[in-house]
Design a protein around this ligand. Structure first.
Ligand SMILES: C[S@@+](CC[C@H](N)C(=O)[O-])C[C@H]1O[C@@H](n2cnc3c(N)ncnc32)[C@H](O)[C@@H]1O
Length: 267
């Protein structure tokens, strides 16, 4: 089965993370509170959150790094369509190194990018993010992690099935729970600032439309129309939906978690 992320790229799908647009609302509130001028998104997918952050922090310089070429092409199209030409997009380096000097960013954020990667790659990304953040900079993450009742055997079964059916695992087994991510951040040097279980989203995490939202919505709609007009994409969509249904036997096994970490000041 083809990688589901390629399908999402071809259909311009936005908000591929826990609680979708509402989860991004929480992220934008946090970004709104951080002073500074440089912001980096890791794994921007089809580029919707870059549009939202550009609206929330128009005075900032925005950067993005993405691993998938097809996501990169689609996000670049979205940004051109929204006339957001000032956002700097980079392909991810295959060794996981970020193409920026030390102490560059005030905020680095990622939405559903790290938890499905291999453990070693997650650890490497934490070190790279720490390196490129300025002192007092913040690292914001929305990740889907295993619920406490899920046994290691079930995690393994689900991951194998997901690789077979969707071309990617569901979530890392070696760093399974929120507290494991907090301790990974601590080992990297970060200070833990906040953890929100996204099942308990605070009030009104939705956000108003920004300049660019309308064009971005049209771009998303274009992807949906493309899907409906393409027999191959419709077929794939039906197959993925059917596969998703086969996971209902496991009940709820993931939860969305929002983390805020900061890089301590040296002084
Ligand atoms: C589940 S999608 C989420 C996309 C987007 N953040 C969103 O919420 O809609 C994960 C994205 O992260 C990208 N990705 C995975 N590992 C990455 C890495 N090490 N550096 C940059 N991008 C990465 C994938 O190619 C994919 O586009």
């Amino acid at each position: 089965m083809p990688d589901i992320l390629d399908f999402y790229a071809q259909t311009h799908t936005p908000y591929l993370h826990a609680r979708g647009r509402r989860g991004t609302g929480l992220l934008l509130n946090e970004i709104g509170e951080v002073p500074g001028e440089k912001i980096l998104e890791l794994g921007f997918g089809t580029g919707q959150t870059l549009v939202d952050v550009a609206g929330r922090r128009p005075e900032c310089e925005l950067f993005g790094v993405e691993k998938s070429e097809i996501m990169m092409q689609v996000a670049a199209k979205r940004l051109r369509f929204c006339r957001l030409n000032r956002i700097n997009l980079f392909m991810a380096n295959s060794e996981g190194a970020l193409p920026f000097p030390d102490d560059t960013f005030d905020v680095v954020y990622a939405e559903s990018v790290l938890a499905y990667l291999p453990e070693a790659e997650i650890r490497a990304v934490f070190f790279e993010v720490y390196r490129v953040l300025k002192n007092r900079g913040v690292f914001l993450l929305n990740e889907s992690l295993w619920r406490k009742h899920v046994s290691p055997e079930t995690m393994d079964t689900i991951n194998r099935e997901c690789v077979r059916l969707f071309g990617m695992p569901q979530a890392v087994e070696q760093i399974p729970y929120p507290e494991d991510w907090v301790s990974l951040a601590g080992q990297t040097g970060f200070r833990h600032e906040k953890l929100v279980h996204l099942t308990e989203l605070p009030e009104n995490p939705n956000f108003p439309a920004f300049p660019g939202s309308f064009c971005s919505g049209l771009f998303t709609l274009g992807g949906r129309i493309k899907k409906n007009l393409s027999h191959a994409l419709r077929l794939l969509s039906a197959q993925y939906r059917e596969s998703e249904r086969s996971f209902s036997r496991f009940g709820l096994f993931l939860e969305g978690v929002f983390f805020k970490f900061s890089k301590p000041d040296d002084y």
